[in-house]
Design a protein around this ligand. Structure first.
Ligand SMILES: Cc1ncc(C[n+]2csc(CCOP(=O)(O)OP(=O)(O)O)c2C)c(N)n1
Ligand code: SF4
Ligand SMILES: [Mg+2]
Length: 351
């Protein structure tokens, strides 16, 4: 229960990261979600990723919409900035916040109802604008908070708890994000922490629009036979294309690097992503190949996971708009009002 405070006492041997914080300091309040809900596992993975990345909690801004998934920012990063927006409107609020202060690390958390139903337009535009963020959809195929109606990501033919079959085509957010211009796109499963944590770390290190679709079963309304978002279905149909390691710029990349089985991709911030291929050859930097592989997976009923597409040197919203390097909210009147002479020059250039 959120009103039960977590004990403040820490065991003296809890290990601090390079920023001087223990893992506990990246946690939030006690979760009120149903026991076994996939969303809680994703929250735990976000905590672990931020702890391992040594991010300062007060430099993170977490934003969400409405839904069980959108409640989760209460349960992680208790010392970070937070904004719980209107249903489906998180992307526009995050775009505005990022424009005002480019120096924060932006983490958006949403649900499949929040992003693929009411918020679909906003979702599309934040991807094409290249807002520098990590955008996670906790995807359970239903509106969990309002008691289990099919969402727009529910597969056609998927069976509801009371037996009805979904007549509509599903929206695949991974395909949409790639199409709309997201520069880092991955899919994972809430039951696979080993895959989720490095994917979240890599997405946070990416300096552009990073999107993660994480299948997250709703144990109350969508975890039965006939559902394609249940723990059993995802475990049986999970096709992981690669495993990712994030190597920070200060660390040596050459260790354990074995060309042929792994690809190393250097990102803008100097960090390296090492992709260990699992089985088939797959090139995550090839956008067309990524779209093809994702579509093949959908047709075969597979849940294709891993890092699906990455543009290692993306342009973000600020580069596209050619804004100044300092946060816009630190500019003073003198910076914003260049004076009558400058205004005359601008007017003259437009005549
Ligand atoms: C404008 C508006 N319309 C409808 C609702 C009702 N509503 C609340 S949460 C929700 C859907 C949540 O589904 P999802 O985003 O998938 O989150 P989940 O609970 O499954 O994690 C809906 C329709 C609302 N709060 N606001
Ligand atoms: S209703 Fe579903 S999504 Fe919501 S907390 Fe319970 S299990 Fe999770
Ligand atoms: Mg949902």
């Amino acid at each position: 229960m959120t009103y039960i405070a977590k004990p403040k006492l820490h065991h003296p041997s809890l290990v601090k990261n390079k920023a001087g914080y223990t893992r506990r300091e990246y946690e939030g309040a006690v979760s009120t979600l149903c026991a076994g809900c996939g969303h809680d596992s994703i929250s735990a993975a976000i905590v672990q990723a931020c702890y391992e990345l040594d991010v300062l909690p007060h430099q993170i801004a977490k934003l969400s919409g409405i839904g069980c998934s959108s409640k989760t920012p209460t349960y992680f990063l208790g010392a970070s900035h937070g904004f719980n927006t209107v249903h489906g409107r998180m992307p526009s609020v995050m775009t505005g916040a990022n424009l005002a202060n480019r120096d924060l690390v932006y983490m958006g958390v949403s649900g499949d109802g929040d992003s693929a139903s009411i918020g679909l337009g906003q979702f599309a535009h934040i991807m094409r604008r290249g807002v520098n963020m990590t955008y996670i959809v906790m995807n359970n195929g239903v509106y969990g908070l309002t008691k289990g109606q099919f969402s727009a990501t529910a597969d056609k033919g998927s069976i509801a708890k009371k037996g009805a079959a979904n007549p509509d085509e599903a929206i695949d957010l991974v395909s949409l994000a790639i199409l709309m211009g997201a520069t880092f796109v991955g899919r994972s499963f809430s039951g696979d922490k080993q895959q989720m944590v490095p994917l979240i770390k890599a997405a946070m290190a990416h300096k552009g629009a990073a999107f993660l679709d994480i299948v997250s079963p709703c144990v109350a309304f969508n975890n039965h036979a006939g559902s394609t978002k249940s723990y059993d279905y995802v475990r049986e149909h999970n096709e992981a294309l690669n495993r990712i390691d994030v190597i920070e710029s200060r660390d040596e990349i050459t260790t354990e690097y074995d060309p042929g089985t792994a690809t190393a991709v250097q990102q803008h911030d100097g960090s390296w992503l090492r992709l260990r291929k699992l089985g088939e050859e797959y090139d995550a930097s090839d956008k067309i190949a990524a779209m093809k592989r994702v579509q093949e997976g959908l047709a075969a009923g597979e849940v294709v996971t891993g890092l699906l597409y990455v543009d290692a040197l993306p342009k973000d919203l600020h580069q596209n708009l050619n804004t100044v390097d300092v946060p816009l909210n630190t500019l003073k009147t003198a910076d914003l009002s260049p004076g009558a002479a400058a205004l005359d020059r601008i007017n003259a250039s437009l005549r």
